[in-house]
Design a binder for this molecule. Structure first.
Ligand code: MG
Length: 261
């Protein structure tokens, strides 16, 4: 039996006046969205994206196609909302998340991403970034023109190359992973990893239960500067004793996490 225990925390930070991040916690689907666009557009865009995904998250069992349909719908409603507002503000949002889905090959975790929010996996004491940023800085890293360390301070590091709220609809990246008990997943907006390095994140991610870890990570990024909104979801994969691989016949989560934003 595969189940999750999750915790989430968010803050506006110490500089911004509005929290444009939104997040979703539901039994089979977790997501973080970081909105953009001036004049109150970013918070609307991220909330619309989360709302569209939330509709799909009620499906049980969940499929990859259902998640993709939710992302497509999210893009559509943001494009419509932007048109109603005159489309002057570049209204859009990143979205990244983790879903427990059924495939023809059994039960898997699916990580998905559009933009530069991130999903990390903590397994065997090692922290790995699963998602690949859709950003100008990442393109330059791939091209060998910037190191990962230089990308952290690159002046145009906030320029993203894929977002919800664009035409044609952006293609989401996705990864299928086994659900392994003891692994933890960290979903976060850039307000976390722009303030904290991976080495700083690692010990905080393992500190206590997922809610405590989420609270601790957000507080640490805020203390380190809090120059952007900071949102964190920590998801722990739980399983029954003696069952160290995902069961293929039972998808009902054991722990229902608390409600969303
Ligand atoms: Mg941000």
């Amino acid at each position: 039996m595969t189940g999750f225990c999750a915790g989430a925390a968010t803050t506006v930070g110490r500089v911004r006046r509005v929290n444009e991040d939104s997040y979703l916690i539901s039994p089979l689907l977790y997501a973080v969205a970081d909105g953009m666009g001036g004049h109150g557009s970013g918070d609307v865009a991220s909330a619309l994206a989360i709302g569209a995904l939330q509709d799909r998250a009620r499906l049980h069992p969940l499929s990859a196609d259902a998640v993709f349909a939710g992302l497509y719908q999210a893009n559509r409603v943001i494009v419509q909302a932007a048109a109603q507002r005159g489309n002057a503000d570049g209204m859009g949002t990143t979205i990244t998340g983790l879903a427990l889905i059924e495939t023809s090959g059994g039960i898997h975790l699916m990580v998905f991403n559009i933009g530069d929010s991130r999903v990390y996996r903590l397994a065997d004491g090692r922290l790995d970034q699963i998602t690949v940023d859709h950003s100008e800085a990442q393109e330059l890293v791939v091209a060998g023109q910037l190191t990962r360390a230089e990308a952290r301070t690159y002046p145009r590091r906030n320029i993203i190359t894929r977002a919800l709220g664009s035409a044609p609809p952006p293609a989401p990246d996705h990864w299928l992973l086994p659900a392994i008990a003891g692994d933890r997943y960290l979903l976060c907006s850039d307000g976390l990893f722009s303030e904290l390095t991976d080495d700083q994140i690692l010990p905080l991610l393992t500190a206590g239960d997922p809610q405590h870890a989420a609270d601790t990570l957000v507080a640490a990024a805020n203390d380190a500067g809090g120059r952007d909104n900071i949102t964190v979801i920590v998801v722990a994969v739980d399983q029954d004793e003696g069952d160290d691989r995902a069961a293929e016949d039972d998808t009902i989560p054991r722990d229902l996490p608390p409600g969303g934003p």
